[in-house]
Design a protein around this ligand. Sequence first.
Ligand SMILES: Nc1ncnc2c1ncn2[C@@H]1O[C@H](COP(=O)(O)OP(=O)(O)OP(=O)(O)O)[C@@H](O)[C@H]1O
Ligand SMILES: [Mg+2]
Length: 174
Amino acid sequence: MLFSPEPKVSEEDLFDFRVELNQLVSAIRMSRLTIITGIRRSGKTSLLNVAIRKSGLPYVYFDVRLSAYPNYADLAVIWARAIEDFIRRESGLREKILNALKDVTGLAIGINPIKVEVRFRGPGKLDIAQLLIKINDLAGEVGGKVIIAIDEAQELRRVNWLRFDRLMAYAMTT
Ligand SMILES: Nc1ncnc2c1ncn2[C@@H]1O[C@H](COP(=O)(O)OP(=O)(O)OP(=O)(O)O)[C@@H](O)[C@H]1O
Ligand SMILES: [Mg+2]
């Protein structure tokens, strides 16, 4: 549906973005970090949605909509939802994902039904750095890459008690 108000997810619904889509798919496959910028309502989310699917790579998708003063719980819940969606969607990789993430501090994965729970308080709270490293290890095991797709990534600036840029850099170089 070309005129639906939601972001698009399939290539047939994407209008006039052939060049951008191909560029984005190759960028996702070839480079470590790709940033999509553009004015509001210009199709960034749609382009991202279609490109990650077209890339054929496994992806963890984050929609970073945060409250006015985001705390650790807000962030941990966003991770939990993203991991839950990842496990549901990538059914062929389920065993490998469960195995890779089984010892992450503060993360508990239940199957049947799939449910991801996170701790966000105390010394046993979700270790986001460790989780990123485990996803990186998983990538090695599944033959190369797992995409971390973050929509509205600029929102992470508001989590000023955690340096996401450093966390990402750390996870990508270990
Ligand atoms: N190339 C396109 N083909 C079809 N529909 C499009 C295209 N670009 C944008 N749209 C439509 O325009 C609206 C805004 O698109 P989308 O949400 O993808 O943009 P955005 O840049 O992520 O917006 P925002 O800045 O609000 O996050 C949606 O209804 C989407 O379906
Ligand atoms: Mg958007």
